[in-house]
Write a protein that binds this ligand. Structure first.
Ligand code: NAG
Ligand code: NAG
Ligand code: NAG
Ligand code: NAG
Ligand code: NAG
Length: 474
């Protein structure tokens, strides 16, 4: 029975199906255009609606913005305004390197957004030599800073000069011992007869011969004629610390009376104290020679072709004077030229003079002009003095200048005629090579005399030599 019923049921279903099939063929036949038209219809109507809403932007639909724009990387809350997940300035203190750590503290304190009171006080840069917010060096005095020991675990194994540096780097208040009174002008604040170029030469007590050679050759004070141009007024000062040798100190006093070109401060004249000469010189300059148009700062073992430098600077001034006044002003505030070194890394070998341990500084050095000799404008020197108050002393003086320039946003100009690493191989053998330079390191006093006479009275074939433009391909 059951079997029969099932069979009949199936036959009926099959029959219905065949009925349907017969109809479906007809439906398919009649409606096949409909199946094709439906998507077309949908597409057209959607496209029309869209076109009506968005006009011509159909091809590039503009996504709708939420009522509050949320940049990627921002957290979102309905109750709070969006805030950056990563701050614009780093909040975590640098650890592990002393200079980076204390500089970070100084940067935070000088940040006008974090410290709005700074704006109210018209940004009064107080000295940063005390690390008030850190646990180190609470005293403002220049006595050794023993608290350094707590944050420099490897202090005991550091070379002596590094030890001395970290112990005294919070101090830059060293009194003057010797100072010339009328280098720039009898009336130092008058702009008339202000020197065009002030030579500030770093030297040490015992280098009498170098100073004497410089005085008689490239460092002559007075009106110096350019090689082609009219030249300008040149003044000279030597920058010194103190030595332990009493005899040298006495001779130096005598030398100062005789020539009136010695600036000496009461700090020990060591390699790692050279940065003090920069910051203390900037301070002296702002008081004693503020209107000098350019400064040459360099070592006492270089030769400088002063007449050629004067021509070069005159040309630069004329170039800037042809642009609008405001523009030239801002250009002068940015003027610094020399042998530019980029992407230098600290030397990590502890038996070299330049050794800076990882526990003191991490990261690359900023771009800086090689310290053998660099020329910058007087207006930039004033800015360097201001900014140096918020940059902790660094043991290598030319790197420190780079750090200050970086903070001012001033890119130093590279000039291939500044040879702070001497001539590239063999180039010095060219007959006129000595006439193509503005500065060359390193030269002893005898070389200086020879180079001075040679470059002042060039042979006819070298008379029209121009400045080096780019290093020769070896
Ligand atoms: C800046 O601060 C120093 C000491 O903190 C103060 O002697 C000097 O008068 C201040 N300068 C200005 C312009 O407020
Ligand atoms: C340099 O480092 C080595 C190993 O760290 C140490 O033995 C040596 O005394 C150090 N030299 C100086 C001059 O600090
Ligand atoms: C220089 O400083 C030392 C202390 O560091 C002091 O004993 C000396 O009297 C000072 N000399 C001068 C000339 O001020
Ligand atoms: C720099 O000079 C000061 C003052 O004379 C001295 O205490 C310090 O040890 C010197 N620093 C270096 C690195 O020689
Ligand atoms: C260039 O100067 C050097 C001294 O620094 C001297 O030895 C050399 O002979 C000079 N070159 C020429 C071609 O005079």
């Amino acid at each position: 029975m059951a079997k029969f019923k099932v069979k009949r049921f199936i036959t009926r279903i099959v029959c219905m199906a065949s009925h349907l099939c017969r109809y479906r063929r007809r439906i398919l036949f009649i409606c096949s255009p409909c199946f094709v038209l439906i998507p077309v219809y949908i597409y057209v109507s959607v496209a029309l609606t869209y076109a009506m809403k968005h006009g011509n932007s159909m091809i590039q639909p503009v996504p709708l913005l939420p009522t509050r724009f949320i940049a990627t990387g921002l957290s979102f809350s309905k109750d709070l305004a969006p805030h950056p997940e990563k701050c614009f300035w780093r909040t975590g203190l640098d650890s592990g390197a002393l200079w980076n750590f204390i500089q970070h503290i100084a940067d935070r304190r000088k940040n006008p957004i974090l410290n709005p009171s700074l704006i109210a006080a018209s940004v009064n840069h107080s000295r940063i030599t005390d690390y008030r917010e850190s646990s180190i060096g609470r005293s403002r005095s220049c006595s050794p800073n023993n608290e350094i020991l707590n944050i420099m675990p490897d202090y005991e194994i550091l070379p002596t000069q590094m030890k001395n540096f970290v112990m005294s780097m919070h101090c830059r208040d060293y009194p003057l011992i010797l100072e010339p009174l009328d280098v720039c002008n009898k009336a130092p604040l008058s702009k008339t007869r202000a020197p065009m170029l002030l030579l500030a030469i770093k030297t040490q007590g015992e280098n009498f011969e170098n100073r004497e050679a410089i005085r008689q050759t490239w460092g002559r004070s007075g009106w110096v004629k350019g090689r082609d141009g009219e030249g300008g007024l040149v003044r000279r000062v030597f920058l010194l610390g103190t030595t332990k040798d009493l005899h040298t100190e006495i001779k130096l006093k005598f030398e100062s009376k005789l020539f009136g070109d010695i600036i000496q401060w009461n700090f020990t004249d060591t390699f790692f104290n050279l940065t003090l000469k920069d910051v203390l010189f900037w301070e002296w300059f702002s008081r004693r020679c503020p209107h000098a148009r350019f400064i040459f700062k360099g070592d006492d073992d270089v030769f400088v072709r002063t007449p050629a430098i004067l021509d070069y600077l005159q040309a630069e001034e004329e170039k800037m004077a042809t642009t609008t006044k405001r523009y030239s002003q801002s250009n002068m505030e940015q003027f610094v030229v020399g042998d530019i070194i980029s992407n230098a890394a600290p030397l990590r070998l502890n038996d070299t003079k330049y050794y800076v341990p990882k526990s003191f500084y991490k990261g690359l050095y900023p771009t800086y002009p090689g310290g053998g000799g660099v020329v910058y404008s007087g207006t930039l020197a004033h800015r360097l003095f201001e900014v140096s108050k918020s940059v902790h002393l660094f043991p290598i003086d030319d790197v420190y200048l780079g750090m200050c320039l970086q903070r001012l946003g001033v890119p130093p100009i590279n000039h291939p005629a500044f040879l702070t690493f001497d001539f590239p191989k063999d180039e010095s053998k060219d007959a006129c090579a000595n006439h193509t330079i503005l500065l060359v390191h390193k030269r002893n006093p005898i070389d200086m005399f020879q180079l001075w006479t040679e470059t002042l009275t060039p042979t006819p074939e070298c008379r029209y030599t121009t400045l080096r433009v780019k290093p020769r391909v070896p």
